[in-house]
Design a protein around this ligand. Structure first.
Ligand code: SAM
Length: 246
């Protein structure tokens, strides 16, 4: 009998087939406090990281943008302002709770966007139909990152670009302090604010096992992207990877 392929869920080794459900459990639990926790855990820095990604996107009026794993819609909303009436921004996510929360949040702000619940590993869009694809803090939760990157490449039109914002490998001298914060403080704040220590421990662990800057850049190239580069933000706490389809 074949043993099922293994993958990591934080520091745990699990069957690949179980990962999506475990990740869904995390976001089903955290969605009501997701935005508040983002601000608390990052001290508001996630807003600057996202603003940096938008500034590097090259997205102009009339562009078509796909936000993969878009969650509560921060990037989608900012892009909607940029593309104007002649453009289009899709907010997508695999998780119904996150997506519904995000959609309602945007509607309350007067921002109506097309929304699709879908797995990044099987995007329900035709080839070559977007000018820009973004994935922000979503990639590390995906089981087959290579497949998801391949799908993002497929739906981009020639000349289009991918922006992947994700936690990465922090500057080494800062690592002990960062690990203390990630493993000791964040789960406690998660317990205090969201009554969910386990999900926030997963967050810290999933950051630790996510590919570093160079490895992720190589994965983008492997998926077909060219002119791949990355920007370290806040000493590598986060990195923005950029790749082009020609
Ligand atoms: N992009 C948002 C942001 O930057 O605030 C949300 C990021 S949140 C940390 C990660 C999101 O990835 C969750 O909403 C989760 O449901 C989504 N996700 C995880 N696996 C996914 C997959 N295979 N396909 C699409 N979305 C996925």
């Amino acid at each position: 009998m074949n043993t099922p392929n293994q993958t990591h869920f934080g520091f745990e080794q699990i069957d690949e087939a179980d990962k999506a459900a475990r990740v869904a459990g995390v976001f089903d639990s955290v969605f009501p406090r997701y935005d508040l926790m983002n601000d608390l855990m990052s001290g508001g820095l996630h807003r600057l990281w996202k603003a940096f990604a938008i500034a590097r996107s090259g997205v102009r009026e009339g562009a078509r943008v796909l936000d993969v794993a878009g969650g509560t819609g921060d990037l989608a909303r900012a892009f909607a302002r940029r593309v104007g009436k002649n453009g289009q921004v899709w907010l997508t996510d695999i998780n119904n709770a996150m997506l519904t929360y995000g959609r309602d949040r945007l509607v309350n702000k007067g921002c109506l966007l097309p929304v699709a619940q879908c797995d990044a590993e099987r995007l329900p869009f035709p080839d070559a139909c977007f000018d820009c694809v973004t994935v922000s803090f979503g990639l590390r939760n995906m089981t087959h990152k290579d497949q998801a990157l391949g799908e993002m490449f497929r739906v981009l039109r020639p000349g289009g670009r991918l922006l992947a914002l994700e936690f990465s490998r922090v500057w080494k001298p800062l690592a002990p302090l960062y690990d203390f914060y990630a493993f000791k403080i964040i789960p406690r704040v998660g317990q205090l604010i969201a009554s969910d220590e386990a999900s926030y421990r997963y967050l810290a662990e999933s950051i630790h096992v996510h590919p570093d800057q160079e490895t992720l850049a190589a994965m983008l190239r492997q998926a077909g992207f060219e002119n791949v580069d990355y920007f370290n933000l806040t000493l590598g706490v986060v990195a923005l990877h950029r790749g082009f389809k020609y």
